[in-house]
Design a protein around this ligand. Structure first.
Ligand SMILES: Nc1ncnc2c1ncn2[C@@H]1O[C@H](COP(=O)(O)OP(=O)(O)O)[C@@H](O)[C@H]1O
Ligand SMILES: [Mg+2]
Length: 268
């Protein structure tokens, strides 16, 4: 053996250290045996936005839930900052992973301010620091605090709710952000606006982002890389340019939906 076990382990640790998020042979099976995610391998560097693109039912949401341990892998593992998620306390893990879903998932009886302060409050931040942080996050999300901090979710448009959802996910400054079709239910104009702002925000904050969509335009516009999922399997990962040039049939099917001007399917 030319390299000792310890040296090998050190090398592995260093290599992993350059990835914020990794999936290794990640597999999730239902109790009856059907695999929703099969043998998925993916490495995501800090500051990258990987888009998980796939048809409805491809296993995108399941993959995100495996990352923040809302589901546990049947086989394989997820590493966050080089450490397997199985060894994390799930609550601590989730506080380091912002999660944004399609309907924003805001608490309806809480003000915008209270919603955004959710994780800082759980972390027992001092009141003043928390309030200051909420104001910064609202500004960052394009919402004037004076106008929006005291509103309830029912007093917001869909686009504004998603802005609050993003502000809340980022409030405790987690290194990782998971986004599950966050702009999917918005009208096309608002959607494009939020995509553009989000792209700028992602570049500025250097978060490690896994972004789920079935919309190929969105994938091309936001992804530094596109991971194409089909029936629980990863068909490949592509830069936007590689994606457009690939001859993989499922890639072509998505690319064809660009030409027709439609997504592959209706939003759920
Ligand atoms: N708890 C469950 N029981 C049975 N089937 C499920 C369950 N959760 C998800 N599925 C099915 O698994 C597949 C993958 O689901 P999902 O990850 O939500 O796909 P996507 O987010 O890509 O649309 C779908 O066919 C879905 O219907
Ligand atoms: Mg889904």
């Amino acid at each position: 053996m030319s390299i000792g076990t310890k040296a090998m382990n050190d090398l592995n640790t260093r290599l992993q250290g350059s990835y914020e998020l990794q999936a290794r042979n990640l597999t999730y099976r239902l109790p009856r045996g059907a695999a929703l995610v099969s043998g998925l391998n993916l490495n995501v560097r800090r500051g990258e936005t990987v888009v998980l693109l796939g048809r409805s039912g491809a296993g995108k949401t399941t993959t995100l839930k495996l990352i923040n341990r809302l589901l546990e892998p049947s086989e394989g593992e997820i590493l966050v900052s080089g450490r397997t998620t199985a060894s994390w306390d799930p609550i601590q893990l989730r506080r380091g992973i912002g999660y944004v879903i399609q309907d924003a998932g805001l608490f309806p009886h809480w003000t915008v301010e209270r919603n955004v302060a959710l994780v800082p409050r759980l972390e027992s931040w001092p009141e003043e620091r928390m309030r200051a942080r909420v104001m910064v996050m609202l500004e960052l999300g394009g919402l004037a605090p004076g106008e929006f901090a005291k509103r309830r979710p029912s007093e917001l448009s869909g686009g504004q709710k998603q802005r609050v959802g993003v502000a809340r996910a980022l409030a405790a400054d987690p290194p990782i952000l998971l986004m599950d079709e966050p702009f999917g239910a918005l009208d096309p104009v608002t959607r494009t606006e939020l995509q553009r702002e989000f792209r700028a925000l992602a570049a500025r904050l250097q978060k490690t982002i896994a972004f789920v969509t079935h919309d190929v335009r969105e994938a091309l516009s936001l992804g530094t890389r596109i991971a194409l999922l089909d029936q629980g399997r990863l068909l490949g990962t592509y830069s936007p340019r590689e994606f457009l040039e690939s001859s993989e049939p499922e890639v072509r099917a998505f690319a064809a939906s660009l030409e027709s001007g439609n997504g592959l399917e209706e939003a759920p």
